[in-house]
Design a protein around this ligand. Structure first.
Ligand SMILES: CC(=O)SCCNC(=O)CCNC(=O)[C@H](O)C(C)(C)COP(=O)(O)OP(=O)(O)OC[C@H]1O[C@@H](n2cnc3c(N)ncnc32)[C@H](O)[C@@H]1OP(=O)(O)O
Ligand SMILES: O=C(O)CCC(=O)C(=O)O
Ligand SMILES: [Zn+2]
Length: 418
């Protein structure tokens, strides 16, 4: 690794603190592609059933959003899956269309006839899957992969080879098969955290090691069983991965994979302009609603970007600062995603600055001292039950009316404890 003042490849580096570090040169956080797998991994979600029309609607929406690749269910899964794959290939979308198959010639023969731009080939390399899934050893896998890859390449379309359950596979086996398929000329190799066991540090190390072994692109696929799917995707990009698999709302087998929206949120913090230029972020909400509806789930309340409270500020200390400068408590700008900010004031954690802002929004005029008094009243009421915005607005209007009337008994009546 390059570090200042340390010899690398026999060359002494100068001790310049501004010199780019090796890690920075590896990083692809500002230069990566999304392989959107709602129509493949997402179809493995427990609730998912997409008919042809729904698949086409989702594929078009993903294409509009700007993802670079759309991955579809294996055409070997069923006759309708094969027909749907061809139908989506015929849509003439900007995104490249991929399908995902087992490392098997039977599947490969069907896949190349669908009109896809590329085929994602996968086979398990961990001892679990070698023993209990397909039952093949590494020699057999290598032979089979060679045949399938050469066949797909002979059709002039992209091919990716991926090792399922990469993080529970033997590192020597992994690097050896990746090196072999790289030499065969695959477009990408894939690393898959199939069971969601990996953490960002392990991901960084494996991807960085692989980056030194293959010259092709590196795709990564992360399951979210232990909550690391987005962080792992970020770590992979930092280590030189070029492609990340996502699905809308993260739907997939078990509790799913890196979500498209979550990845956008994370990458926005790394390079806002890059993400804003590449993807139509304001379409995210409609895209998520489309998929949520198709699989009969609600968008989670705490979803990245589009969760109902993702841009709601509540505590008085936050509200004051947000009203002065939204960057104080917002790393994502809601307007960049077609969302709006909301300051909630009808509760006992509110503060006079937030209430004053609401007073001004309503076009009322109160002194700071008066705002503080009515804030105390809001808190008193909210100690009993939360107040809706309408409740608060009515109270503010009543109080304003009372103070402008000059009738002290009316003022006291508004402020008094009932
Ligand atoms: C981690 C992942 O998500 S990988 C992608 C998962 N996607 C899918 O499974 C797609 C949907 N699947 C299907 O429709 C079916 O499973 C099919 C059509 C692929 C296969 O169906 P079947 O022939 O009935 O086999 P079944 O599903 O019971 O078992 C899988 C077979 O593939 C073999 N296999 C499993 N993984 C692989 C692989 N990556 N490469 C080659 N063969 C494999 C298994 O050994 C087993 O073979 P067997 O028939 O000799 O026992
Ligand atoms: O093909 C791949 O890389 C990933 C397959 C998959 O869905 C997984 O391993 O979880
Ligand atoms: Zn998966």
């Amino acid at each position: 690794m390059t570090t200042n003042g340390i010899k690398e490849n026999g060359v002494k580096k100068t001790n310049n603190p501004y010199m780019p570090r090796y890690e920075d040169l590896l990083s692809r956080v500002s230069n990566f592609s999304i392989i959107e797998s709602t129509l493949r991994e997402g179809e493995q979600f427990a609730n998912a059933f997409f008919d042809t029309a729904k698949k086409i609607e989702i594929a078009k929406a993903l294409d509009d959003f700007g993802v670079e690749y759309i991955e579809l269910t294996s055409p070997a899964a069923s006759d309708q899956s094969r027909q749907d794959c061809s139908a989506i290939c015929n849509l003439g979308l900007k995104a490249k269309i991929l399908t995902h198959i087992r490392c098997h010639m039977d599947d490969a023969r069907i896949a190349v006839e669908t009109g896809v731009d590329g085929v994602d080939v996968v086979i398990g390399t961990s001892s679990y899957l070698r023993e209990f899934s397909h039952g093949k050893d590494m020699d057999y896998i290598t032979k089979q992969a060679t045949e399938v890859i050469n066949f797909v390449k002979s059709k002039g379309i992209e091919v990716r080879f991926s090792s399922e359950d990469s993080f529970r596979s033997d590192l020597v086996d992994l690097l050896s098969i990746y090196r072999t398929v790289d030499k065969l000329g695959v477009n990408r190799v894939g690393i898959a955290d199939t069971v969601g066991c990996a953490n960002p540090r392990q991901v960084y190390e494996l991807v960085r090691t692989l980056r030194g072994v293959v010259s092709c692109d590196i795709e990564c696929h992360f399951h979210n069983d232990t909550g690391c799917a987005i962080a792992n995707a970020y770590a992979a990009l930092e280590a030189g991965a070029t492609h990340i698999d996502t699905s809308v709302l993260g739907i997939g087998e078990r509790n799913g994979i890196t979500s498209l929206g979550g990845l956008c949120a994370r990458m926005y913090t790394a390079n806002k302009d890059y993400i804003k230029t590449k993807y139509k972020l304001h379409m995210l909400r409609d895209l998520e609603n489309l998929v949520a509806d198709a699989v009969s789930v609600q968008v989670p309340f705490n979803n990245y970007i589009t969760g109902y409270c993702a841009f709601t500020h509540k505590a008085g200390i936050h509200a004051k600062a947000i009203l002065n400068n939204p960057s104080t408590y917002e790393i994502l700008k809601p307007e960049d995603f077609g969302m709006t900010r909301y300051v909630s004031i009808g509760h006992r954690l509110t503060g006079w600055n937030a209430v004053k802002n609401r007073v001004e929004q309503l076009g009322l005029t109160l002194t700071d001292d008066q705002v503080k008094k009515i804030t105390a009243k809001i808190k008193e009421l909210a100690d009993i039950r939360p107040q809706s915005m309408e409740d608060v607005d009515n109270l503010l209007r009543d109080y304003h009316y009372a103070v402008t009337s000059g009738d002290l008994s009316q003022v006291e009546s508004v402020l008094s404890t009932n």
